[in-house]
Write a protein that binds this ligand. Structure first.
Ligand code: AHR
Length: 497
């Protein structure tokens, strides 16, 4: 038996709801088909947005959505995506499959989608191939309330009121697809672009600087040095810095199949997914030197598993299936983000629908919820809750080459005092008994939900509910705690009132 000790007295950081954020790029079938089918489609829609997808996303309380990319963002010219659809410019999506982008989904459509979802907006600006003027005019078009050329243009396009924009990204992966810049050069560009990214309302824009990939500590160090220590610049300059990390089981040329993998590959994948903990810790150590008060958020705005595309699909569309292995990746990663919620203020899994580690897959009018979707469902009550200090007795499992801890947990307290636990058992063959002991809290009503299965289990369009949530009842309330039976390969949410 292992013990999970929860210190209800030691309240830690608030878990930003935006850690449960998502990402939608003009890539493959994410926007077109996945989210947007157009008003004339036979697929039920509201103003072109798929009703089934919007409903499913509202159920997991999607808090924020990032758009239009990714690499696409640094080639996107927002004025191509406004005005009458018939006259919108058609372009080539050079990054993703070389397909024609007809710009029928643009600024107004994105803001409408977020409105239907009831979520906050995160717009990634173009630094790589855009200009300061183009970016500052987009901000004016989106948020200025008054007499100005961009506000007038917005009104002519049918929208008088400005929108609420919470986050803006100033470039994406500018060390790579966003211009192949060196860190010092990019950071200077960032200072310039950010200056003209004006605040037109009392609600200040949350400005995000392009941060590192994986373990590129030099990028973090050099860009932060160029920005300077907190207090040496106006607080308007920067609010957050991004971090991208993808879990690739194999090598870039042969990443591995999403569904056909060995036990060894399973452990390699989870070991690699767990690396996010080390990366966040070490990038945070650098940020602490420049911003000890932790005012600058670490924004993990691209994360998740990246496999070879499904056989027979366009290699540029990044369409992949999603198994219980992905559920474990999601559970572990979200626990890590919660545990680092003093610094991590947003995370956006890549990507929302039909691309990489999606929560939803679609095929024509059909839709399936992936195992990853169910993890977001299990974890949704952590949003805006307070992280509690917790400690779990653990053991090392895995193979000769890939060792990982068996259990991962995070614990928060909800507004009504309910203790909210999410627990992952990463072992493929070993169940465990876990005794939950809470310091200074009497155990009231206990309830739970569980996601479990064999590591390859996944949902298909002919077997839509092979992997789904079930009520979790395999626990016993004792005088000094709750004893849980935790199956192998499971993700559990337990609530103690
Ligand atoms: O999510 C797919 C791509 O991965 C994004 O466009 C890019 O930012 C990253 O390299």
């Amino acid at each position: 038996m292992k013990r999970l000790v929860i210190n209800t007295i030691e309240k830690k950081s608030k878990i930003s709801k935006d850690i449960y954020g998502h990402f939608s790029e003009h890539l493959g079938r994410c926007i077109y088909e996945g989210l947007y089918v157009g008003e004339n489609s036979d697929i039920p829609n509201v103003k072109g947005m798929r009703k089934d997808v919007v409903e499913a996303l509202k159920n997991i309380k999607i808090p924020v959505l990032r758009w239009p990319g990714g690499c696409f963002a640094d080639e996107y010219h927002w004025k191509d995506g406004i005005g009458p659809k018939e006259t919108r410019k058609k372009m080539i999506n050079t990054h993703w499959g070389g397909v024609t982008e007809d710009n029928s989904f643009g600024t107004h459509e994105f803001m409408e989608l977020c409105d239907q979802l009831g979520c906050d907006t995160y717009i990634n600006m173009n630094v790589g191939s855009g200009s300061v003027q183009e970016m500052s005019e987009w901000v004016e078009y989106l948020t200025f309330n008054g007499l100005s050329p961009m506000a007038k243009m917005r009104e002519e396009n049918g929208r008088k009121e400005p929108w609420d924009v919470k986050y803006v990204g100033v470039g994406n992966e500018n060390w790579g697809c966003g211009g192949n810049m060196r860190p010092e050069h990019y950071a200077n560009e960032y200072r310039r672009y950010s200056t003209y990214c004006r605040n037109y309302t009392d609600k200040k824009l949350y400005k995000i600087m392009c941060g590192p990939n994986n373990d590129d500590y030099n990028w973090t160090e050099t860009t932060m040095k160029t920005i300077g220590k907190r207090g040496t610049y106006t607080s308007d300059l920067i609010s957050g810095i991004s971090l991208h990390y993808y879990t690739v089981p194999g090598v870039w040329e042969h990443k591995g199949s999403a569904t056909d993998f060995t036990r060894e590959e399973y452990y390699t994948t989870i070991r690699k997914a767990y690396k996010i903990d080390e990366y966040i810790t070490r990038h945070s150590d650098i940020l602490n030197q420049y911003d000890p008060e932790k005012e600058i958020g670490l924004i993990v705005d691209e994360w998740g598993a990246w496999y070879d595309v499904e056989p027979g699909t366009n290699p540029g569309f990044l369409y992949q299936q999603n198994t219980m292995r992905d559920a474990i990746i999601a559970g572990v990663s979200l626990n890590v983000f919660n545990q680092h919620s003093d610094r991590v203020k947003m995370a956006n899994i890549a990507q929302l629908v039909n691309v990489l580690q999606s929560v939803i897959l679609t095929d024509g009018e059909n839709m399936i919820l992936t195992p990853t979707y169910h993890v977001f469902d299990l974890y949704k009550d952590h949003q805006n809750a307070t992280l509690l200090a917790s400690y779990i007795e653990n053991e090392t499992i895995g193979t000769e080459t890939d060792k990982i801890p068996m259990l991962s947990q995070s614990v928060s307290v909800l507004e009504d005092g309910t203790i909210n636990i999410t627990l992952v058992n990463m072992s493929d063959d070993k169940a465990e008994e876990v005794k939950v002991i809470t310091v200074e809290k009497t155990t009231g009503e206990v309830s739970g939900k569980i996601l479990t299965g064999e590591m390859h289990d996944h949902n298909t369009f002919t077997d839509k509910e092979k992997v789904k949530l079930a009520d979790y009842t395999d626990f016993k309330v004792e005088s000094d705690g709750v004893v849980m039976q935790v199956p192998a390969m499971s993700v559990i949410n337990l609530k103690i009132k």
